[in-house]
Design a protein around this ligand. Structure first.
Ligand code: ADP
Length: 255
């Protein structure tokens, strides 16, 4: 896989919660076009890392750069405007919205300029809605969700719910997508579909960082894997090399 220039960079990021250091001087460089895996035992700091990157947490120390700008002081919505999108370990879908509306929310979220157009030019409302709808339908097609457009997600199989979340995250055509355990709870068929979807996301120009426990999935998707243990990066490299690394094996067995 050809990867381009650096898109995301962390320099010596430390994250402390009261008495606990969840990340200790973590440095990371992810190139545009990568599918990077983040692995590590439970409690090793993987989700905290995503929370720092996406602006939910502010690092106690260190810097985060995204597309060559310092972003560690930015709020999540600003990072989203800059092209950073994420999913959560536990699904965060709306009970009352249809699948199509979920995607429309994702699209609208990325067009802040529409708020004032609604206010001063009523015809704009109708046009904007229509365009939003057309874009939503295109996304539903791309993620195999067209048949579920009018359903509310919690009535659907879990694998479909996961795909709704992914389609919503992709609505703004982000430059970087963070996936937090996207395969959790999926069956083998759904996992195979997920692999295809993540590959096509990358092929369409979005860089992906994926936290994943399923090593088979990591092996087939990721060019490079970063291993965290107790808040520190203990190994990085090709999945097969990392899996054979003695300190990685010890980190997994030692708990
Ligand atoms: P992982 O995703 O690898 O399982 P986490 O990043 O969720 O690990 O957690 C790393 C450590 O940081 C854990 O000990 C966890 O309890 C702690 N932690 C995470 N978020 C918070 C928080 N908001 N407040 C206090 N401790 C936290």
């Amino acid at each position: 896989t050809a990867t381009g220039r650096e898109l995301l960079r962390l320099d010596a990021v430390t994250m402390r919660f009261k008495g606990l250091t969840a990340l200790r001087e973590v440095s990371l460089s992810v190139g545009a076009g990568e599918i990077r895996g983040i692995v590590g035992p439970n409690g090793s700091g993987k989700t905290t890392l995503f929370n720092v990157i996406s602006g939910l947490y502010q690092a106690s120390q260190g810097t985060v750069s995204f597309a060559d700008r310092h972003v560690h002081n930015l709020r999540p919505y600003r990072l989203s405007d800059l092209g950073l999108s994420r999913t959560f370990q536990n699904l965060r879908l709306f009970r009352e919205l249809t699948v199509r509306e979920h995607v429309m929310v994702g699209l609208d979220r990325t067009r802040p300029g529409w708020a004032w157009r609604y206010a001063i030019w009523p015809v704009g409302v109708w046009r904007a809605e229509r365009r939003l709808g057309a874009q939503a339908d295109e996304l539903l097609d791309r993620y195999g969700l067209a048949g579920f457009a009018k359903a509310t997600p919690y009535a659907l199989p879990y694998g479909i719910q996961r795909r709704v979340e992914l389609a919503r995250a992709m609505a703004g055509e982000p430059r970087l997508l963070l996936l937090d355990e996207p395969a959790a709870g999926l069956n083998a068929t759904e996992k195979a579909q997920l692999v295809e979807i993540v590959r096509s996301i990358r092929d369409h120009g979005t860089t992906v960082i994926i936290i994943e426990h399923d090593m088979g999935l990591v092996m087939s998707l990721c060019g490079k894997v970063t291993v965290l243990a107790a808040g520190q990066v203990i190994a990085e490299g090709a999945p097969a090399d990392v899996a054979a690394n003695p300190s990685v094996i010890e980190a997994y067995l030692g708990r």
